[in-house]
Design a binder for this molecule. Structure first.
Ligand code: AMP
Length: 190
């Protein structure tokens, strides 16, 4: 069992890299952003609840997000391991993930962070917004709000995983394949 948290600011390339890593290591990919978007599209109660937060660029409340994550893990317990993409994003979520995995005798193996400068990332998101159809990618104010949420609530997780000797930063600038190689280098040494 190998459980990887793919960490990084909005636009850092987590989703893109997850597509390669899940194939390479046969992992179950869980993207909380994708699950929220699926629920919004299908107008489920969860989607209706999450929509206003997401469209503003705010984080969805912990209780809702943690419950959704746990349900998704429960659906795939027969796996080689998980690739968590976009979760955890708060200390409460990280604590809940540790406790939940421990209840199954599992743990986070490593948190790998894709690093890049904010200005590069904002430009990437605005580019993506032209084709992604995502309201939260199309407006500089919403994008700035997502970075503020990251800085306030998500950045403390670096220290959280660092203390557990589980934090591995990787340069997130380069070609997709170069970055996959860097991530694979970390995983190979776990
Ligand atoms: P993402 O696709 O990972 O950029 O997520 C898009 C949006 O979904 C975020 O800006 C949040 O509003 C929401 N979201 C995704 N994951 C989480 C999470 N772990 N905690 C709270 N909100 C989340």
């Amino acid at each position: 069992m190998i459980n990887i948290v793919l960490f990084g600011k909005p636009g850092a390339g987590k989703g893109t890299q997850a597509e390669f890593l899940k194939e390479k290591y046969n992992l179950t990919h869980i993207s909380t952003g994708d699950i929220f978007r699926y629920n919004i599209k299908n107008e489920t109660p969860l989607g209706i609840e999450a929509k206003s937060y997401i469209n503003r660029g705010d984080l969805v409340p912990d209780e809702v997000t943690i419950k959704m994550l746990q349900d998704e893990v429960e659906r795939h317990t027969d796996t080689n391991g998980f690739l968590f993409d976009g979760f955890p994003r708060t200390l409460a979520q990280a604590d809940a993930l540790d406790a939940f995995l421990a209840s199954k005798d599992w743990e986070v193996t490593a948190t790998i962070a894709l690093e890049a400068d904010d200005e590069v990332l904002v430009q990437r998101l605005l580019e993506r917004g032209k084709t992604s159809g995502r309201a939260d990618d199309q407006d500089v104010e919403k994008i700035r709000n997502r970075y503020q949420e990251y800085n306030e609530k998500t950045a403390p997780l670096i220290e959280y995983y660092h203390k557990q000797n589980k934090f591995f930063p990787v340069n997130g600038i380069g070609s997709i394949s170069e970055i996959t190689e860097r991530l694979s280098g970390v995983i190979a040494n776990l």
